[in-house]
Design a protein around this ligand. Structure first.
Ligand SMILES: CC(C)(COP(=O)(O)OP(=O)(O)OC[C@H]1O[C@@H](n2cnc3c(N)ncnc32)[C@H](O)[C@@H]1OP(=O)(O)O)[C@@H](O)C(=O)NCCC(=O)NCCS
Length: 296
């Protein structure tokens, strides 16, 4: 077994490994390639692959969260193919990643673990009980369309100026539950990481417009016949009017028309409004992961 830095040519294998490990996560090879090749320099990301018999069997990445005003907040992701567990691959990845984080000024790292991964994370000094729920729906089986809201027009996001989408995303993200506030989103970084990312399908993503302003939106990423909700948000002045339901319903209907048969999402257990929207849309829970933190 060899651990080496990930390169863009690993994208197909990384996407397949992720799918084999988490059936409910959606990341196309193009998205994996972009994730490996394009990272903001300030994040100081280290991305590693574990290779056994010429095959990529493990992924590990760590870097700083550049979208929060809190200094030194880091994220760690590790996963190993189910058939290659118990051989020290995850531990070797964790050691390399923690050494890296120690050298770039990390103060605290966050990771998410499946039930079997929690004990592993605790061995490396992580602790916590934050719950992240994963859920899926067949977009061909939606409830009845909600009534159109007065004065609101639905458009696909390919019709937007990116500044309009950024304004809504940045404001809505402030209220997403998490360990660190998402309160320092630089426009140019957002353009590169979100707007120009190959997975974002702007023709399936929908914005509910109040005049020129995005009042609510549902952003969709795709991989073949599966979709991932990249973000749903409403700006505070327009909350509680059914606009997130309307925008996401329309986006999912478009997904169904485009041949998508499974749409997936993740929600923090504390996100009552988003869980209510998704429950109404018919999402069923498929997994829960635990969010844990480690100090440096
Ligand atoms: C989640 C969010 C998109 C909802 O937007 P919205 O336009 O207010 O949503 P809607 O009006 O369509 O529906 C809101 C639903 O949440 C329910 N709700 C509101 N507050 C709630 C709470 N504290 N607990 C449980 N349900 C709640 C409402 O009753 C409504 O459901 P109902 O129509 O079945 O009664 C918005 O709050 C937001 O932008 N939050 C910050 C960003 C975020 O967390 N996005 C999701 C990331 S996973």
């Amino acid at each position: 077994m060899d651990i080496r830095p990930a390169v863009p040519e690993d994208a197909e294998a990384v996407s397949a490994l992720r799918r084999a490990t988490f059936s409910y996560l959606v990341m196309s090879a193009a998205t994996a390639r972009y994730m490996i090749a394009v990272q903001p320099p300030a994040a100081r990301v280290l991305a590693l692959v574990a290779v056994a018999d010429g095959e990529i069997v493990g992924w590990g990445s760590a870097g700083l969260n550049t979208w929060t005003s809190e200094a030194g907040q880091a994220g760690v992701t590790i996963y190993v193919h189910p058939e290659h567990r118990g051989q020290g691959i995850g531990g070797a990845l964790a050691q390399r990643l923690h050494e890296h984080l120690g050298g770039i000024g990390a103060v605290r790292a966050r990771t998410f673990a499946t039930a079997e991964g929690v004990e592993f994370a605790k061995k490396f000094g992580y602790d916590g009980t934050r719950q992240m729920h994963y859920a899926g729906v067949d977009p061909r089986e939606l409830p009845e369309r909600p009534a159109q809201a007065e004065g609101i027009e639905l458009v696909t996001m390919d019709q937007l100026d990116p500044r309009q989408a950024y304004a809504a995303d940045a404001v809505a993200s402030l209220d997403e539950p998490g360990d660190s506030p998402t309160d320092a989103v630089d426009y140019d970084d957002w353009l590169e990481e979100i707007w120009h990312a190959p997975g974002l399908d702007k023709a399936l993503s929908v914005a509910a417009m109040a005049g020129d302003e995005v009042a609510a939106f549902a952003a969709i990423e795709t991989d073949g016949d599966r979709a991932w909700s990249a973000m749903t948000g409403s700006i505070p002045a327009y909350r509680g009017r059914g606009l997130a339901k309307l925008a996401k319903w329309e986006a999912l209907r478009r997904c169904a028309d485009a041949g998508i048969v499974g749409a997936f999402t993740s929600n923090d257990d504390e996100n009552g409004p988003m869980l209510a929207v998704n429950n109404w849309l018919g999402y069923r829970r498929v997994a829960t992961q635990t969010g844990l933190l480690r100090k440096f």
